[in-house]
Design a protein around this ligand. Structure first.
Ligand SMILES: [Zn+2]
Length: 404
């Protein structure tokens, strides 16, 4: 029977750790008042109040955190996947599980303070208060300090689950890190990803295999690529870039096309939710009212709408950067394919459908030229991450790719 950890692809070690911790957590609940006795009984599988899930994007950090939260709230075992505790946690409706997904570029201090305050309350279901923070590397410094206080002196039944790319000090502060148990996740093998796409999503085996390879083991992107024709079209446009770079003008055109495609993708992904939020707020504020007091209400309304617009703009910027980053990852993999071919390395190409093009590139660029181009793409990613304007970074990259 599939339990809550079934979708955690290719992470046997992490799953083993989490199962033992969930079992230890049950023992803690049984030995109310003497949790140290219960955890001391199994030091290797001990339950603790703060965890960090690390791993590359797509490795399943948030999937792991949610599954562990479900295992902690499971009322019939340690993550059966079928009881109300498991079910509501995975559905995102459990009263004692709070999920923070940053919409903008960072998680602010006010959001964190409110969260820490609620996390200190007694769990209504009598088990644990679980707080999941996705992208904990996007905490502002002040928010990190607010979190640190809670992690240093945790209420007895509160569990923090943080997700971050790594435990590098750039991603998570050393002091928070020192209070947490780390669960490292690895990039799952393409075969493991293909298997879950077939089993869980009913995707045809041959489609599952190539999308798993083309997205380099990123489960979510592989599923989208298999199902969404627009995602396939976007990827094809990105992989057409190398053969379009025939001159300076073409390089600038390619840069514009890449930026505009990322903007369009981001726009489509946030438009619906933006409109829904705005109309919900307007309804809540009684927009369109004509009675007495409507005029003064309208003045307060303007401020709240401005707040909403600011949040939405921040979310749109984030969505654009994410879309652009996905395109750059695809492009980097193309030059990586050329490099491995030039070196004669015995590995399969990431993009099997552009393997011929990569092979031609490998012949004319040799290993050195392929590596320089790969580095140009990686430099562009790093520049955007460091807040260089995307258009400027992408133009510099396209010129570098053209010149070689
Ligand atoms: Zn359960």
């Amino acid at each position: 029977m599939p339990d809550v950890f079934a979708d955690l692809v290719g992470q046997d070690e992490a799953v083993e750790t989490l199962r033992r911790a969930a079992a230890a957590a049950v023992a803690v609940l049984r030995a109310t008042g003497e949790p140290e006795v219960a955890t001391g009984a199994d030091p290797g599988g001990g339950m603790t109040h703060a965890w960090i899930f690390t791993g590359p994007p797509g490795s399943g950090r948030s999937v792991a955190a949610r599954a562990f939260a479900a295992a902690l709230q499971c009322v019939s075992g340690t993550g059966c996947g079928e009881c109300p505790g498991c079910h509501t946690t995975l559905a995102g409706t459990h009263a004692d599980v709070r999920l923070v997904v940053p919409e903008g570029l960072s998680i602010g201090v006010n959001e964190m303070r409110a969260l820490v305050l609620r996390a200190a309350s007694t769990p209504s279901g009598g088990r644990w208060q679980v707080v999941i923070i996705e992208d904990a590397d996007r905490l502002t410094e002040a928010a990190g300090n607010a979190l640190l206080k809670a992690v240093e002196e945790p209420p007895p039944r509160t569990v923090f689950l943080l997700c971050a790319p790594s435990t590098h000090p750039d991603d998570i502060s050393v002091t928070i890190r020192s209070r947490c148990r780390v669960v490292p996740l690895r990039q799952p093998a393409a075969e493991a990803v293909a298997e879950v796409l077939v089993r869980r999503d009913g995707i045809a085996p041959d489609v599952a295999r190539w999308t798993a390879a083309a997205t380099q083991g990123h489960v979510g992107r592989a599923r989208r690529l298999a199902r969404d024709p627009q995602a396939r079209a976007r990827r094809e446009a990105v992989l057409a870039v190398p053969r379009r770079l025939t001159g300076v003008g073409a390089a600038f055109d390619a840069a514009s096309a890449l930026i505009e495609a990322a903007e369009a993708e981001a726009e489509a992904s946030v438009a619906e939710i933006d409109a829904a939020e705005r109309s919900a707020l307007e309804t809540a504020l009684g927009a369109g009212g004509t009675g007495r007091g409507a005029a003064s209400a309208a003045r307060g309304t303007a401020g709240q709408l401005k707040d909403l617009e600011r949040r939405q703009k921040s979310r749109a910027t984030r969505a654009q950067r994410d879309a652009l980053d996905r395109a750059l990852v695809d492009l980097a993999a193309f030059y990586r394919d050329a490099l491995t071919m030039a070196l004669g390395a015995p590995v399969s190409p990431v993009h099997s459908d552009t393997a011929e093009l990569a092979r031609a590139g490998a012949r004319s660029w040799q290993a050195e030229g392929s590596l320089r181009r790969l580095e140009a793409v990686l430099t562009c990613r790093a520049a955007i991450e460091a807040n260089v304007k995307p258009r400027i970074a992408v133009e510099a990259m396209m010129l570098a790719l053209w010149k070689g």
